[in-house]
Design a protein around this ligand. Structure first.
Ligand code: CA
Ligand code: CA
Ligand code: CA
Ligand code: CA
Length: 511
């Protein structure tokens, strides 16, 4: 394996997740270390409009000097966003971050880093400025916030999500198989096709006209490196109101401590639990992780780094609206997996037809940050074909090690993990209910009073169209390995119910 591929696909045995930190103006009150992992935000302080913190993450890369077309010219980044709470209404609101790069700074960290602001001020990307790879350790970050509602002391939480850059490039849509509307036609998405849109019937049998405003994967975007974890989901729930929480869980938020937040028909639906009950309609509940089901929450083996599974389309859209991201489209999914490479018939996210299903029965250190596979390392390893309710998805990046390549780690062309298997990816369908989404229709950081996403151009979170699935999950049987392929359009009209096979992953168009 080449040095470049090692850079791009090298992953720590520790995975990412999002960290939350709570402070009161200028004074760090408490730090919640829900789980050790490789994305850390600490030492949060605030002075006026500036919020400062220390940022670390592992196995960062920038391969923009790569000359081998088998590997990407790209980088990873951390999407950072901030929520604040005033002492008037106690609601967690999004803090705008300046859209001017010069208002922000990052120093140290062991590499030359930069802060890339975004036009809608919903967050910033922090990334390597130049080619290199390795850990980013204790970078000092200061971000300029916009005005906040309220006066006096504020509380702040700083969140980070690891993402991967997919540069502007062509996409060979479909893997060459043709079967009604089950596969995209083998066409190439070029600048011209993105600019003009697609005519009726061009993308698949019976496809509607696809407007030029629909993101087709040609233009650059960032995609979450991993499926959202239990810890990330808990952090999200813990910023919502009581009524918003009620929409995003199955139980009532005022249920007793230790109550499963979700009706658990499989073991992993029981990980997220109520730690502190809410008070009806006033005080929100506090949630935590408890895979071990012993009411000792957020300890080292409670599944914080395992993807969250009790997901419905409304949950996925709410999380992305809150995080200032947006759902990916079906074409962006194929782009994230295949990159600009030639299509390969029946290929999986790792770019080949090798398929070696693994389950949680193959894991050691289950539920911890070092959860690992004990199975023989081969190409095409994927969490799939379990079918056992006691199983579930595995920790993000489970097959990635210091010596793994794309095919043995399961990485997509650009380095997104578990795009095939683990949990189904939910995305905007190139069809009914999905065609109004645009490149820059990101979430605004706030949800409706009942906890739903409310971005006008997105699929209706309460509707029956607009969201599709790709990539298969831990549950599907080996005979259904077709579901795990990049190109297979399994379900293009996901309903509103929650499922233990769906996951959360979002994108954001790059400026
Ligand atoms: Ca439980
Ligand atoms: Ca526990
Ligand atoms: Ca997946
Ligand atoms: Ca919103």
């Amino acid at each position: 394996m080449s040095r470049l591929s090692n850079q791009a696909y090298h992953r720590s045995k520790f995975t990412d997740t999002m960290k939350r930190y709570l402070l009161t103006t200028g004074l760090l009150l408490s730090v919640f270390w829900l789980q050790a992992n490789n994305l850390q935000i600490s030492n949060v302080t605030q002075t006026g409009n500036n919020i400062s913190f220390t940022l670390s993450w592992e196995n960062s890369w920038n391969t923009t000097n790569n000359i081998n077309p088998l590997y990407p010219n790209n980088w990873d980044a951390v999407w950072v966003f901030v929520k604040y709470q005033n002492q008037i209404d106690n609601l967690w609101k999004p803090a705008k971050l300046s859209s001017t790069a010069g208002d922000h700074s990052v120093t140290g960290g062991g590499a030359t880093l930069q802060v890339d602001p975004v036009a809608d001020s919903m967050g910033v990307f922090i990334r390597r400025s130049s080619p290199g790879a390795g850990n980013i350790s204790s970078a000092a970050v200061t971000l300029r916030m916009g005005p906040r509602i309220g006066t006096g002391a504020f509380n702040f939480k700083v969140f980070g999500v690891e993402m991967v850059h997919a540069p502007q490039d062509t996409l060979q849509a479909g893997d060459g198989l043709v079967n009604g509307s089950l596969y995209f036609s083998p066409i190439t998405i070029t600048s011209a096709r993105q600019s003009s849109g697609l005519i009726t019937g061009e993308l698949y049998s019976g496809s509607p006209a696809i407007p030029a405003s629909f993101p087709m994967g040609f233009n650059a975007f960032y995609c979450m490196k991993y499926e959202a974890t239990n810890e990330q989901w808990v952090d999200f729930l813990n910023t919502l109101t009581y009524d918003q929480q009620a929409s995003r869980i199955d139980a009532a938020p005022n249920s007793a401590a230790g109550t499963n937040a979700y009706t658990a028909s499989v073991t992993h639906e029981g990980i997220v639990e109520i730690v502190v009950p809410g008070l009806n309609n006033t005080q929100p509940a506090v949630f935590g992780c408890d895979l071990t089901d012993d009411n000792a929450f957020n300890t080292s083996n409670d599944g914080q780094n395992i993807p969250f599974v009790a997901v419905g389309k409304g949950d996925m859209l709410a999380y992305l609206d809150w995080a200032g991201l947006r759902p990916m489209t079906e074409l962006e999914y194929e782009k994230a997996c295949r990159g600009p490479r030639p299509r390969i018939s029946t290929e999986y996210a790792w770019g080949s037809t090798n398929f070696a299903p693994r389950t949680r029965a193959n894991l050691v250190n289950g539920g911890t940050a070092t959860e690992a596979s004990s199975a023989t390392v081969v190409n095409g390893q994927v969490i799939a074909a379990s079918g056992s309710p006691s199983h579930g998805p595995a920790r993000n990046g489970i097959f990635a090690t210091g010596s793994s390549g794309r095919e043995s780690s399961g990485a997509s062309f650009y380095g997104m993990m578990e795009m095939s298997g683990n949990l189904w990816e939910l995305m905007v369908t190139a069809g009914s209910g999905g065609l109004t989404i645009t490149a820059n229709s990101n979430g605004d950081g706030s949800l409706s009073t009942n906890g739903n996403a409310n971005v006008a151009t997105w699929p209706d979170p309460l509707g029956t169209t607009g969201i599709a699935t790709r990539g298969g999950s831990w549950w599907e049987t080996t005979s259904n390995s077709v579901f795990t392929r990049i190109a297979y359009r399994h379900n293009v009209a996901v309903g509103v119910g929650r499922s233990y096979v769906y996951g959360i992953r979002g994108v954001r168009s790059a400026n």
